[in-house]
Design a protein around this ligand. Structure first.
Ligand code: HEC
Ligand code: HEC
Length: 372
């Protein structure tokens, strides 16, 4: 069996980082945040999830080790990452053996899948677009509406979703138990061969925490390599940051280009069924203000993950910029920060050029041979 080196290196590092997180170390270094808000203004992590407090030297350039979110009861270890890698690519976790996590979150497609909305078992077409799974290590709330509190919490969702992998947890546990090749991986990861939904979730979440994107031309530019961005991208960055121009960093703030909050930017509000089908965060909080609000997604690797938005309704980055330029679709809950923008055609092109400069180095992962 071939083992991907990068994964193990990162897995080990993340584990070391968590162990180092027991005490508060040196003060938080000043970050090269593109946004106005420092990352520390993001909502506090739930009690079970502790941010790592020691810096890491080997994270890809531009990523903030202080912002890693790893639950105290699930430190990242190379053995868990390796088990998680096998589970992530294993279609036998689905009811009919045809769909794996990797079917919808594809490495070659920026860990999304290029489809407007996701397609699961029996060619069931879902209602939402598959987000990328890069840089999830920096987030607690998962899904477009944030209904999962952690990656662990998230992982068992698609397995049981009738339109995605359509399985039962009982069945998954029985299937995994029946594959002898998994035994040594469970022993290495958890100390014994017991298979449980909890262990499956922990291993998959650990694997996901190693899928990182950083060291983009933007990061290299920020670290002093001025030739890393062309003139258009530098101008686009200024438009992105300027609250009288693009206003993008009001929400796409910090090193991961997200405030980790929920906003109604009007996606779907032009559809007659929007109060039913595009209700977003409201489904979770039942708060009026959350109607139509969705999680601000990271913009790292964004050129690779189209089509865009929770419903895949914007096909290209150019279309996204036009959408923002018109101030979004009007609706009673539109975020007050959504305003009609005054952008020249050149500024729109520059903005797109800047977004393309957020394409970085992503952790390389080999698809494992199915275990026997
Ligand atoms: C049929 C396609 C499909 C499959 C299979 C699938 N996903 Fe997803 N995934 C999606 C869609 C669609 C969403 C967004 C759903 C939502 O927000 O309601 C999503 C959301 C996520 C998110 C949240 C990302 C974020 O930014 O909030 C993570 C993490 C994730 N999936 C990981 C997984 C894992 C792990 C598996 C396997 C156990 C998996 N997915 C299987 C389509 C899929
Ligand atoms: C008020 C907060 C806010 C502002 C301002 C904002 N965004 Fe967004 N952005 C969001 C949210 C929330 C989403 C997801 C919305 C949805 O799917 O319903 C999003 C989605 C996106 C996406 C699609 C991401 C994906 O994975 O599908 C891109 C690209 C994007 N924004 C770029 C920009 C740019 C460029 C600007 C400035 C012109 C900008 N945003 C301004 C909050 C904001």
């Amino acid at each position: 069996m071939r083992r991907p080196r990068t994964i193990h290196r990162l897995g080990g590092l993340l584990a070391a980082a968590l162990l180092a997180g027991c005490e508060r170390g040196s003060p938080r270094p000043e970050l090269k945040d593109p946004g106005k808000e420092p990352a520390s203004s993001a909502p506090a992590a739930p009690a079970a999830v502790s941010a790592v407090k020691e810096p890491l030297s080997e994270l890809p350039l531009g990523l903030d080790a202080y912002a890693l979110k790893v639950p105290a009861d699930n430190p990242v270890t190379p053995a868990k990452v390796e088990l998680g890698r096998h589970l992530y690519f294993d279609a036998r976790l689905s009811r009919d053996g045809t769909v794996a996590c990797a079917t919808c979150h594809v490495a070659a497609k920026g860990w999304s899948n290029g489809l407007k909305t996701a397609v699961g078992i029996g060619n069931h077409v879902g209602k939402r677009s598959a987000p990328t799974v890069i840089n999830r290590a920096f987030s607690t709330l998962q899904f477009w509406d944030g209904r999962a509190a952690s990656l662990e919490d998230q992982a068992l969702g698609p397995i049981q979703n009738p339109g995605e992998m359509g399985n039962t947890l009982e069945n998954v546990v029985a299937t995994v138990k029946g594959i002898a090749g998994y035994v040594p991986l469970f022993v290495a990861a958890f100390g014994d061969e017991a298979v449980s939904p909890d262990r499956i979730a922990k291993a998959i979440a650990s694997f996901e925490r190693t899928i990182l994107s950083g060291s983009s031309p933007y990061d290299r530019y920020q670290s002093g390599e001025k030739s890393a961005l062309n003139e258009e991208a530098v101008r686009g960055m200024q438009v992105f940051l300027d609250n009288n121009k693009g206003r993008c960093s009001i929400c796409h703030a910090g090193f991961n280009f997200t405030d980790e909050k929920f906003h109604n930017i009007g996606i779907g509000a032009d559809k007659p069924d929007w109060e039913k089908e595009h209700i977003g965060r409201f489904e979770v909080t039942k708060a009026e203000k959350d109607k139509g609000a969705y999680k601000t997604p990271t913009l790292r690797q964004i050129a690779a993950t189209g089509p865009y938005m929770h419903d895949g309704s914007e096909a290209t980055l150019e279309a996204v910029v036009e959408y923002y330029a018109k101030g979004g679709n009007p609706n009673p809950h539109l975020d007050p920060e959504m305003k009609k923008l005054t952008l020249t055609d050149q500024e729109k092109r520059d903005l797109v050029e800047f977004l393309k400069a957020l394409t970085g180095d992503v952790t390389r992962v080999e698809r494992p041979e199915p275990l026997k």
